[in-house]
Structure formats: C-alpha cells, structure tokens
Design a protein around this ligand. Sequence first.
Ligand SMILES: [Fe+2]
Ligand SMILES: [Fe+2]
Length: 232
Amino acid sequence: MIIESSALESEPTHLVTLKEVRHDIRVRTYITRANEQMKAIGYTEHGHRHAGIVATIARSILTNLGHSGRDGELAAIAGYMHDMGCVINRVGHVEAGALIAYDLLSKMNMPPGEIATIIGAIGNHEEPNGEPISAPSAAVILADKSDVHFTRVQNPDTTKFDIHDRVNYAVQKSFLRVDSTDKTINLELEINTDHASVTEYFEIFVLRMVLCRRAADFLGCKFRLKINGANL
Ligand SMILES: [Fe+2]
Ligand SMILES: [Fe+2]
C-alpha cells in the first residue's frame, strides 16, 4: 500500500510525558529485563531505580538552570530510557536503546523533533563516543555519571567484587549540586576508602569525568568534583 507523504505529515502528535513513558508496559518490561541481563553478567544496577534517578536529576539540572519545562520533560524521558538498550546487550546498548526509544515514542505519536532530541541524548550518553549535543543530552550525561552508589552493586559476594563493584560499594553518598548563580555543577561524593581508594575511583571514572566537564560546558557551567570534602 502506498501512503502519501501528506498523510504521514498530518499524523496527530502528542506531548508525551515521563509519567506515560514510565507506565508503558513495553518500557517497564524492557528496563526490567535489561537489568536482569546486567545482573546476570555481574554488572551494577541498571533498572528502574537507576532510570528513575537519572530522569529526576536530568530534569532538575535543566530546571535549576532556567531551561523550559518541556526541555526538562525531554531530559527526564531520555534519562528514563537511556540504558534500555541493555535488554539486547551491554555492548552497543547506546545505539540499541536509541532505536528502541525511536520505535516506542513513534508509537506514542511524539513529534519527530522531540524524538530526535531524545534519541540523540540516548545515543550520546556514554564515553568515549558520546558528546553533549543538546541541553537534554548534557543533562542526561551529568545525571547518569553522578549515579555512583553502594546500592547499585548487585554482586552478593564481596570476595568476587571487581573494581566497578568496589568503587560503587565505596560511595556512601553522591549528590549533584547545581549552582545557577556561580554557574557550577558540583559532583559531591563521600567514599569509604576501606572499600576503594580515590585513585581507583579515577582509574575507572576519568573518562566519565571528562564527559561531565564537556556536558557542564555545554550548559554554560563549570564542572567540579569534590570527594570526601576535597575539591579535585
Ligand atoms: Fe549506559
Ligand atoms: Fe546509566
């Protein structure tokens, strides 16, 4: 059947909200199954907890910096869906997640321009190839990289911890402070150095911190990292 382009252009669009996305049975199922796969291969938590935290922080970054409510909503939706591609495989989850989001959001009749913003944000959330390409994209990068916390460790056997488990397990408190007055985005961590050293933190997170700095720059801010009260 031939569909005229004018028919496609007249498709009704709908301003999709995070609430609708997080209640969608497909989104719920794919994120649940993505985390089951991460747990099976010994990775930290990538489920609804992580998705919800990244969505909330991404929205809050843009709200604090005076961006529009709709940009905040798009950042929240991209944040919620950003690791959904792990339902296929951890390797390639960035591209896979963007394509899954494209399909789901198209079915929800989200306007194409908004879908482009979201799949671009999902497609750019990881180092080394990710780049902040829009305000929602920059917000998702910062929110994702700041979710380092002992509650993310899914490996029940501490004797089999790898460096990712140890570093996450060591982080007792993680807070992303956005200061709109002095234009800084501050990642404040409290690390129990009995479990991992600050050096180990840098060993696995240096590329993430570089990406955070670029994301903060995109938003017109400076990125700062504070560990156990010391500015680094
Ligand atoms: Fe990811
Ligand atoms: Fe993530």
